[in-house]
Every structure is written in structure tokens, then in C-alpha cells.
Ligand binder design. Structure first.
Ligand SMILES: Nc1ncnc2c1ncn2[C@@H]1O[C@H](COP(=O)(O)OP(=O)(O)O)[C@@H](O)[C@H]1O
Ligand SMILES: N[C@@H](CCC(=O)OP(=O)(O)O)C(=O)O
Length: 386
């Protein structure tokens, strides 16, 4: 058995709970492992308990979007399957069956408090297509403004392996970016994040708080259990993604008595991964959340420095090579000559066109392509530094 990481995070002398205490807009994510009691069907008693706490928050004027996993696990129980299928079609079928039970369970609980619920199923395209993203944002904000609890899950029945998030931690963070939530609360089956996987290390210690960007977290976060998809690693990544729009993340045990109420009240339970950086503007946060890139540009040292230090646009003259096939408007990664990612952004020219104009002055674009819409290969408004 591996040993817990020796890169211990010193006990926190900071107290950043004021960052989350009393936050107005919350995204609360409930994971499969917790929700299904490690595969024993939907844990209705816990759902009722979380519903009671969320209802009380809404009555006090908070806004809550719930991101709930559990469709596949609930579907497996309904279909009498003992093991998680490996075929994508069977997983999609289980999700379609299970999503019904999941939504019914929440609807039943929230109706006791006269709070309406709404089902929102999202997939990757909803986040990459700017128009659909803005539509999702408006709808979610309208729903929470009306006092409705949107219950979000990945649209498992239509996604394929290549484009699925797989885990709902990432989805929770993208939703937090999308609606500019103040805090992302991730309820899971452990008390919080430990310095090693507590399922494997009896002596692992809980991390009270640190910055989401603390690199030591990477060595401490392991994979998931039998039912959960992502484990702790995807939760750390989700916290970093959420931090880009200024949201802090609390990872906390969903079985702790009144866990949700206590976190909102600023109590020291679970693990706080706070946002240490300035939030990105909404459009840049949307860009940063793009998970699928279509190509890569290698930049010379001069271009790297003007992007990083002066916040300028990327001109063709600073690009040394183009990799991949992309069309105008798609997302590409910009790397330095050592291969380190510097930025990502939406290109103004296709890969075929880009190959013709790189290394050249913007004045030559018309001559080389027969037209010129932009001087920049990637405009600074569409560029986010990594
Ligand atoms: N450092 C860690 N601290 C806590 N849990 C960890 C850690 N590393 C890995 N894990 C595992 O992550 C699991 C929770 O993630 P996961 O199974 O994906 O559940 P969920 O469905 O709640 O997202 C825990 O049960 C635990 O075994
Ligand atoms: N969309 C899937 C959730 C996948 C999943 O289990 O995610 P997670 O709880 O983050 O490990 C479902 O509803 O079954």
C-alpha cells in the first residue's frame, strides 16, 4: 500500500471561511457514491435530509443549483443490474431509466416545502457553443431567481465517450462558472479531502483549507470508488476551474449531520479550497472552461512575452508552427517552444489559413489569403492565459 504523501500541507493558520459563510449563490454537487450509498440504490433518507437543508436556505433568500449524479447507479438498481456495465449504450440506457427516479425523488422532497424543481440536462456542446451557454445561463439564473431548484446532470443518454465529462465535479464547476456562483459545495462520501485516500490509508489526515491552486494537492488526490467516477482528483480540478470565476469550493461529507447548513454558516467542516486569484471576466471564464481544443500553436519567445506581460493579442508573426485541424472560431492551445501551455483562445483563421500566414506580418495577410478579416490570429478578448 502506498504511503500518504510526505508533502504535507501545514495546518492552516488562515481562516478563509468568511469567503463562503453566507454566500448568496451556491452550486451544490452530490456525488454517486454518496447518493446511492455505494450502490445500494438511492439513499432517500439522505435526499430528504439534504432537501430539508436546501429548502431552509432558499426560504432565507439564498439561490441554489443542485448538480446531482446518480442516474446510472439508480438505473442499475431499477434494472436489477449488479455491476456497472462497460458498454456505453447500456450506461446510456441505465442513465435514462435512473434519471426518472432521481428527479422524482427530489421533486417529492422539495414539494413538501412548496419549492418547485426543474430538470436541466447539459452536455459538452452546451458549454462550448457560446449561444447555448448564454441560454443555459439565462435559464438557470431565471430559475433560481424564481425560487426554483434546478437539478442538473450530464445528458448521459446522448453523450459519447469522447465528449462526456464523466464525472459531475467538472460539470458542477462549469455550472458555477456559468452562473457566477459564490461557492461550489461538493458533497461526497468522505469527510473532506485528506492528505491521502482514506480508503487506503487509515492514518490519512483531513486538509482543513488551502488555496485551490496549491500544487501539493495533486499528489494527495486519488481516484474514485466503485461508483463515483472521478475521485478526489476531479474535485481538485473542479475547485481550480470554479476559482477562475471567483468561486471557492468546499468538499464535505454529505453524511455529516446538517453538513449543508454548517458549511453555509461558516463552520469548519470538510475542506475549503479557496479561490486565491482575481476572478476572470465572464467571457474569459467561459473560455477557460472549454475542455476540448482543436489544435495547437507554437509561439516564439517574443510572442510569449507580449501575451504574458502586456496582455496583447496573438499576431501571426509570433507563431512558429500550427498543429491539428481547426476552423475559424475554434479553440486552440498556445504553447511556448518548450511545449508549455501559455494560453488558449479562439482563432480568427482556419488551420489551413494559419499555416499560410504564420511568421508573416499582418500586412501580408490579404496578399497571402486573398482576404483579411483580422490582423490578429487570436484577439486578446478571446484569449485566456493559463
Ligand atoms: N485524498 C483523498 N481524500 C479523500 N478521498 C479520496 C482521496 N483520494 C481519493 N479519494 C477517494 O475519492 C472518493 C470520492 O470520490 P468519488 O468516488 O468520485 O465519489 P463522488 O461520487 O462523491 O464524486 C472517496 O471515496 C475516496 O476513496
Ligand atoms: N451523470 C452520471 C454521474 C457520473 C458520476 O458518478 O459522477 P461523480 O458523482 O462525480 O463521480 C450519473 O448521473 O450517473
Amino acid at each position: 500500500m502506498d504511503q500518504p504523501s510526505s508533502l504535507a500541507i501545514a495546518p492552516s493558520t488562515e481562516n478563509k471561511r468568511h469567503l463562503v459563510k453566507g454566500s448568496h449563490r451556491w452550486v451544490i454537487k452530490i456525488g454517486s457514491a454518496l447518493l446511492t450509498n455505494d450502490g445500494r440504490g438511492l439513499d432517500r433518507k439522505s435526499i430528504a435530509d439534504w432537501g430539508r437543508q436546501i429548502a431552509a436556505l432558499i426560504k432565507r433568500g439564498h439561490e441554489v443549483v443542485l448538480v446531482s449524479s446518480g442516474a446510472v447507479a439508480a438505473g442499475m438498481t431499477r434494472l436489477g443490474w449488479k455491476e456497472r456495465p462497460s458498454s456505453i449504450h447500456e450506461l446510456q440506457a441505465a442513465a435514462a431509466v435512473g434519471q426518472m427516479g432521481l428527479i422524482q425523488a427530489y421533486e417529492e422532497v422539495f414539494s413538501q416545502y412548496s419549492i418547485p424543481t426543474a430538470q436541466v440536462l447539459l452536455d459538452h456542446d452546451d458549454f462550448s457553443n457560446r449561444q447555448r451557454y448564454l441560454n443555459a445561463r439565462t435559464t438557470l439564473k431565471t430559475l433560481v431567481g424564481l425560487g426554483v431548484v434546478p437539478i442538473v446532470n450530464e445528458n448521459d443518454t446522448v453523450v459519447t465517450d469522447e465528449i462526456r465529462f464523466g464525472d459531475n465535479d467538472t460539470l458542477g464547476a462549469l455550472v458555477a462558472n456559468c452562473i457566477e456562483a459564490d461557492t461550489l459545495m461538493i458533497l461526497t462520501d468522505q469527510m473532506g479531502m485528506y492528505d491521502a485516500d482514506p480508503r487506503k490509508h487509515a492514518l490519512a489526515k483531513i486538509i482543513a483549507e488551502t488555496s485551490a491552486d496549491n500544487e501539493k494537492l495533486d499528489a494527495m488526490a486519488g481516484g474514485g470508488g466503485l461508483l463515483g467516477r472521478g475521485g478526489m482528483m476531479t474535485k481538485v480540478k473542479a475547485a481550480r476551474l470554479a476559482a477562475r470565476s471567483g468561486a471557492s469550493t468546499v468538499i464535505v461529507g454529505g453524511r455529516i449531520d446538517d453538513a449543508i447548513t454548517k458549511v453555509v454558516g461558516g463552520e469548519h467542516i470538510g475542506t475549503l479550497l479557496y479561490a486565491a486569484q482575481q476572478p476572470l471576466a465572464a467571457r474569459k471564464s467561459w473560455l477557460a472552461g472549454h475542455l476540448q481544443t482543436k489544435g495547437e500553436l507554437t509561439l516564439d519567445a517574443g510572442a510569449v512575452s507580449v501575451l504574458r506581460e502586456k496582455g496583447r493579442s496573438l499576431l501571426p508573426v509570433g507563431v512558429k508552427s500550427v498543429n491539428g485541424t481547426f476552423t475559424k472560431g475554434e479553440l486552440v492551445i498556445c504553447r511556448d517552444e518548450q511545449g508549455l501551455e501559455i494560453a488558449r483562445g479562439l482563432v480568427n483563421y482556419s488551420s489551413e489559413e494559419a499555416r499560410k500566414i504564420i511568421g508573416c506580418s499582418s500586412q501580408d495577410i490579404s496578399r497571402l489569403l486573398g482576404y483579411k478579416d483580422f490582423d490578429e490570429l487570436v484577439h486578446r478578448d478571446n484569449l485566456v492565459l493559463v
